[in-house]
Ligand binder design. Structure first.
Ligand SMILES: [Zn+2]
Length: 150
């Protein structure tokens, strides 16, 4: 019986102890090692994904991004704002409430301007702006949306 590899860890030692004398020892040890390796891989990728894709930039940075969007004269207010890291850059999603009479060309230009404003922040990579026209019930907590049924 081989007693060679002492560096495989306590879990494996336990399996060995239990399995001494059984011919099924090797496959069990193999399965345990495989599970440990897979488990470790999952842990590592979860940590990295958390860092790379899911984490949000600091509040101060988010506040600055929001401010830049809100400061545009065509934007009344924003809602459903989200900023998150994708790799080491920041992706931004936001709804912006605008006048209903805006043309498609104006809306396109506004989106470009919002994107440019935010991208002046070094780490901001891209902005996805969803424009909500007044009067369609998408505006949050405004007199317009509250009284539009009258
Ligand atoms: Zn919206």
């Amino acid at each position: 019986m081989e007693v060679s590899n002492r560096s495989t860890g306590a879990a494996l030692v336990g399996v060995r102890g239990m399995a001494v004398g059984f011919p099924i020892f090797d496959p069990i040890a193999g399965v345990v090692v495989s599970l440990l390796v897979v488990h470790q891989g999952v842990d590592i990728s979860r940590e990295n994904r958390q860092y790379l894709a899911d984490s949000a930039p600091p509040e101060s940075e988010q506040a600055e991004i929001k401010q830049r969007i809100r400061d545009h004269s065509a934007v009344h207010r924003i809602h459903d704002f989200a900023a998150y890291y994708s790799g080491h850059v920041i992706e931004v999603e936001s709804h912006a409430e605008v006048e209903q009479a805006m043309t498609v060309v104006e809306a396109r230009d506004l989106e470009s301007e919002l994107r440019q404003r935010v991208r002046e922040i070094d780490r901001a990579s891209d902005v996805h702006a969803h424009l909500d026209p007044a009067g369609l019930g998408e505006w949050k907590d405004t007199a317009e949306s509250a009284s539009s049924s009258a």
